[in-house]
Ligand binder design. Structure first.
Ligand SMILES: Nc1nc2c(ncn2[C@@H]2O[C@H](COP(=O)(O)OP(=O)(O)OP(=O)(O)O)[C@@H](O)[C@H]2O)c(=O)[nH]1
Length: 241
């Protein structure tokens, strides 16, 4: 089967700016500006079905940036303590039950108590209490975050006895008081770092989220972050230094 060729005239005048692109490929001149960005290639690709925003909040120096870097790159920023002003490049796509879930950190690892960032951020928040002030953060989160936010309490730097400020029992007690799952982590050794993030990626289970969006299906039973952490944490010394 042969295709009929459209006759082209070399000297044809350019179409008017408002005209649709011509079938022969000649288009109105593009507005001046950078070309569209190339599709990023992040190993398995940057395609995703659902996206969740994650914020790590906590006092300066507790290890928020290091946790993000450990999760994203599997590396530890030893001793490089430069207080974060902004960090906006930590996206990672996980496969959860065949669904591509993109975890995004919006703007910064937050230590500002304004709350505006929490209000804007949307999805999931993980405070990191190695200091004695997690309650102030929790109050702030409850005040400003969306009601369907997934919260988790992390105690970081468990690899170092000198750096520890909160005893594990106290962390567990506080988490219980606020009804939060609790985990001790180490950005240095990687202990529980992946687990903490994948637990968030599973909340709510992404396939349910997709189903609800596309079919407006009735809600399935409430996803229990506690149970997920308990189940998946077994054998990975969750909550153990
Ligand atoms: N031993 C140990 N040190 C850690 C760990 N996580 C972070 N650090 C160190 O703690 C310091 C502060 O870490 P950051 O990740 O920059 O802390 P931050 O919470 O992002 O600090 P701000 O940007 O000021 O909010 C750095 O020197 C890190 O190397 C950890 O799990 N174990």
């Amino acid at each position: 089967m042969s295709r009929k060729k459209t006759p082209r005239s070399k000297g044809a005048s350019a179409p008017a700016a408002s005209a649709p692109p011509a079938a022969n490929g000649s288009r109105p001149a593009r507005p001046i500006g950078p070309p569209p960005p190339a599709r990023p290639s992040l190993g398995g690709g940057d395609f995703y079905n659902v996206a969740f925003k994650i914020m790590l909040v906590g006092d300066s120096g507790v290890g928020k940036t290091c946790l993000l870097v450990r999760f994203k790159d599997g590396a530890f920023l030893a001793g490089t303590f430069i207080s974060t002003v902004g960090i906006d490049f930590r996206n990672k796509v996980l496969d959860v039950d065949g669904v591509k879930v993109k975890l995004q950190t919006p703007g910064c690892a937050c230590r500002c108590r304004s709350g505006t960032q929490l209000a804007r951020s949307g999805s999931a928040v993980s405070p990191t209490p190695t200091t004695a002030t997690p309650m102030a953060w929790l109050t702030e989160i409850h005040e400003y975050a969306q009601h369907n936010v997934a919260l988790m309490l992390l105690g970081n730097k468990v690899d170092s006895a000198q750096e520890r400020v909160v005893k594990r029992e106290d962390g567990e007690k506080l988490a219980k008081e606020y009804g939060l799952p609790f985990m001790e982590t180490s950005a240095k050794t990687g202990l529980n770092v992946d687990l903490a993030f994948t637990a968030i990626a599973n909340h709510p289970p992404p396939h349910r989220e997709l189903k609800q969006r596309s079919m407006k299906a009735p809600s399935e039973p409430h996803f229990r972050l506690h149970d997920y952490v308990k189940r998946e944490g077994q054998g990975t010394s969750c909550c153990r230094p």
